[in-house]
Ligand binder design. Structure first.
Ligand SMILES: [Zn+2]
Length: 210
């Protein structure tokens, strides 16, 4: 099973075509998009580049998980690893990609969620009337279609189902091993009984009791 990061990178390939279809060509920057899947509360401690761009308008915090690193020409996107729903994860990724497009078009001269951002987000199918920019129904249907191709977004109950399956396998392997051990034991008992009966018959033949 894919982990969340591998899944998000596979989803990114689909999203590049979505943006392309809406007139936003990501082909120049797609190699520089760096997706991370982190527990958002711990992210700031993990992020070693925070100091490099502290004057950047794009603040990497709970609400804004996109940052451009000019020194390295990297568009860094952080998706909260606590998100367990594929639609929510894709919506977040699309939202952060809108920031990358916004940065490419306008640099950091405009507000992170200003009218430039809203124009990009609404043209790719996000609902910009709500601050968390959920997918509009047509985009949600498209994400569901991609989920059908990629499989369900990895989440804990799926993972534990996987573990339960392997535990079941272990139990089954144990049962098979016990069965074969019992067969071996039964075989030894039959062999021993046969030797005893044959020996007794030979003794009986040569030394009849009466
Ligand atoms: Zn944002």
């Amino acid at each position: 099973m894919m982990n969340k990061l591998a899944y998000l990178n596979a989803m990114l390939k689909k999203l590049i075509t979505l943006f392309d279809n809406k007139g936003f060509d990501l082909s120049d920057i797609k190699e520089n998009i760096d997706i991370n899947c982190l527990d958002i509360d711990k992210k700031m401690k993990c992020d070693g580049y925070h100091q490099l761009t502290q004057n950047n308008n794009f603040d990497l915090n709970r609400k804004n998980n996109y940052r451009y690193y000019p020194n390295r020409n990297i568009h860094k996107i952080v998706i909260d690893s606590k998100i367990d729903n594929g639609i929510r994860a894709a919506e977040t990724l699309i939202h952060e990609l809108c920031h990358a497009v916004q940065y490419e078009l306008y640099g950091d001269d405009c507000r992170p969620h200003g009218k430039e951002f809203k124009a990009i987000a609404s043209s790719v199918g996000l609902d910009t009337r709500i601050s968390c920019t959920p997918a509009l129904p047509s985009l949600e249907a498209q994400i569901e279609e991609w989920e059908g191709e990629l499989g369900t977004y990895p989440h804990p109950s799926l993972m534990s189902a996987g573990i339960k399956a392997s535990e079941k396998n272990k139990i089954w392997e144990g049962v098979v091993e016990i069965f074969f051990n019992l067969c071996g034991l039964l075989w030894l008992v039959v062999m021993f009984a046969s030797v005893v009966i044959i020996t007794a018959s030979i003794i009986e033949y040569f030394f009849p009791i009466s």
